[in-house]
Design a protein around this ligand. Structure first.
Ligand SMILES: CC(C)(COP(=O)(O)OP(=O)(O)OC[C@H]1O[C@@H](n2cnc3c(N)ncnc32)[C@H](O)[C@@H]1OP(=O)(O)O)[C@@H](O)C(=O)NCCC(=O)NCCS
Length: 408
C-alpha cells in the first residue's frame, strides 16, 4: 500500500470531517452549518494531517496549540493530539505511526516541549513515548442517601443565562487553571465552541446546559455547568455536572449543596472529578459517593526533555541523575542531571549511567506530579536503588493532583 500525508486543502474539509466521523463510527451531517463552523474555528488547518491512499482520505489526525499548567505554575506550550483515526480498511499498516512521526516532529520544530492527548485505548500511545499523567474519577450519588450537606452560609448561588456565563465563567476558570497542573488555557473561541456549544445531539435526552454561579460577598467565586435529566418513572431525576470550578471554599461547598438539593433530581453525577477532590468528606455519609470509574485521562509526552524538566518546579531539593531511553524521539536519549534548589530545577545532559533509568513514557507519567515513582519502580518501569527511587518520588510528586478539566 502507498499512502501520503498531505496538507489539508479547504475544499476537502468536509471529506476530512467525514473521515473523522466514520473513523469513530459516526455519520457526518453535511447540512449542519454550525458544526462545520465549529470545526473551522477550533482547528488550525496547518495542524491537520490527512493521510491519503490515492484520492481517498484513509487516516485523520491533528493537534491543537494548547498551553498547560505544570507544577509550580509555569504555562507551557503543549501540542494536543486529537481526531486520530484510521479507516478499518487500512489499520495495522503503519498509518498511525506515520501520523505520530509528523505530530512529534512538527511539535519539536515549533518549540512545543510537551505533547498531550486523551487515549481511546490504553495500548495505543505508550510506544510513541506517551505516559498516563492524570487520572479521572467519575462519581454518582443519591443526594438523599449521603445527607445533602449543611446549607452553606458563606456563599449564594444563582442561575445565569448563557450571555452572563460567557462573561463570568472564563475568569473563574482561568484563576483555577493557572494553578492546577494538567489544566490548559481556553481562548474565547474555545469557550464558544467547546464549552458553550450545546446542540441537541450532545444532550442525550437531558436539558440544555445550565449555569449556576456562586457568589461570595456579592462577587463571583465559582460556577457549576450542568444538565438535568428528568425521570418520571421513579422520580429519580439526574443532575449531570459538566464542570464545577470554585475559587473559594465557601463557593465550592455552596455549589455542591446546590447540586445536591434540586427537588426531583436526587441523583448527582460528575464525569471528571479531580482525584484529590474532598467531596467524600462534605456529606454525612461519604461512602454513598460511588466512584463509577477511575482511570487515565491526560497522557503526556516530553518532546524536548531538557526544556520540559527545566519548566516545572520540584517538591524536594537534591540532585538526581536519570538515564532516559526514547526510541521514537532519539534526540532525547541520554543521561540528565537534575539539581533542585529551593524547588527550582536546573537540568543538564551528562555522561555515564544515571541513579535511575526509565523510558520517556514513564517520565511523561511522572511529569505533572500525579504518579507514584515507587509504584512505577515496583512494576519494573523505573530501575534504581531504593534511596534514588524514593528521592525521585519526593522530587516529582506534586502537592495537588494534576487534573484535566476536559477531553479533547
Ligand atoms: C488506533 C488506530 C488509529 C491505530 O491505527 P493503525 O494505523 O492501525 O496503527 P499502526 O498500524 O501505526 O500501529 C502501530 C502499532 O500500534 C499497535 N496498535 C495500533 N492500534 C492499536 C490498538 N487499538 N490496540 C493495540 N495495539 C494497537 C499496532 O499493532 C502496531 O504495533 P506493532 O508496531 O508492534 O505492529 C486505529 O485502530 C483506529 O482508528 N481506531 C479507532 C479510533 C480510535 O480509537 N482512535 C484513537 C483516538 S485517541
Amino acid at each position: 500500500m502507498s499512502y501520503e500525508i498531505r496538507k489539508l486543502v479547504a475544499d476537502e474539509l468536509d471529506t476530512f470531517r467525514q473521515a473523522i466521523a466514520s473513523g469513530f463510527g459516526e455519520d457526518l451531517d453535511r447540512d449542519d452549518e454550525q458544526s462545520r463552523e465549529r470545526f473551522k474555528s477550533t482547528f488550525d488547518q496547518d495542524r491537520m494531517y490527512p493521510v491519503y491512499d490515492g484520492d481517498d482520505i484513509v487516516g485523520t489526525g491533528g493537534d491543537f496549540e494548547l498551553t498547560v499548567t505544570v507544577p509550580g505554575g509555569a504555562q507551557v506550550p503543549m501540542s494536543g493530539l486529537t481526531i486520530i483515526t484510521v479507516q478499518p480498511t487500512h489499520t495495522r499498516q503503519g498509518i498511525l505511526t506515520a501520523m505520530m512521526r509528523r505530530h512529534i516532529d512538527m511539535a519539536r520544530e515549533r518549540g512545543e516541549p510537551l505533547g498531550g492527548l486523551w487515549a481511546s485505548e490504553v495500548p495505543i500511545y505508550g510506544r510513541f513515548g506517551y505516559g498516563p499523567a492524570v487520572s479521572i474519577r467519575s462519581i454518582k450519588y443519591d443526594a438523599r442517601q449521603v445527607g445533602r450537606g449543611e446549607a452553606e452560609v458563606g456563599s449564594t448561588v444563582r442561575l445565569i443565562d448563557a450571555e452572563e456565563a460567557a462573561e463570568l465563567l472564563p475568569p473563574l476558570f482561568a484563576a483555577v487553571q493557572a494553578e492546577r497542573p494538567g489544566m490548559f488555557q481556553r481562548s474565547e473561541t474555545w469557550w464558544k465552541y467547546r464549552l458553550f456549544y450545546d446542540p441537541e445531539k450532545y444532550r442525550d435526552g437531558a436539558s440544555a446546559l445550565r449555569h449556576a454561579l456562586a457568589e461570595v460577598a456579592g462577587e463571583p467565586a465559582g460556577y457549576m455547568t450542568y444538565r438535568q435529566k428528568a425521570n418520571w418513572e421513579d422520580f429519580k431525576g439526574e443532575v449531570r455536572i459538566r464542570e464545577i470550578i470554585a475559587t473559594s471554599d465557601a463557593a465550592y461547598r455552596g455549589l455542591w449543596h446546590y447540586a445536591s438539593n434540586i427537588d426531583l433530581f436526587p441523583i448527582v453525577k460528575h464525569w471528571d472529578l479531580p482525584v484529590d477532590d474532598p467531596l467524600d468528606h462534605l456529606f454525612n455519609d461519604g461512602r454513598g459517593i460511588n466512584t463509577t470509574s477511575l482511570h487515565d485521562s491526560l497522557w503526556i509526552r516530553l518532546i524536548d526533555v531538557l526544556d520540559a524538566l527545566g519548566k516545572r518546579t520540584y517538591s524536594r531539593d537534591g540532585g538526581i541523575t536519570i538515564s532516559l531511553s526514547d526510541a521514537f524521539a532519539e534526540w532525547n536519549e541520554g543521561t540528565y542531571r537534575l539539581e533542585v534548589d529551593g524547588g527550582v530545577g536546573s537540568c543538564e545532559r551528562v555522561s555515564g549511567e544515571g541513579d535511575v533509568a526509565m523510558d520517556v513514557a514513564t517520565l511523561g507519567a511522572l511529569y505533572l506530579g500525579g504518579s507514584d515513582a515507587r509504584g512505577l519502580a515496583r512494576v519494573g518501569r523505573i530501575a534504581g536503588g531504593p534511596e534514588a527511587i524514593s528521592l525521585l518520588d519526593m522530587m516529582f510528586r506534586g502537592s495537588v493532583a494534576p487534573w484535566c478539566a476536559e477531553i479533547f
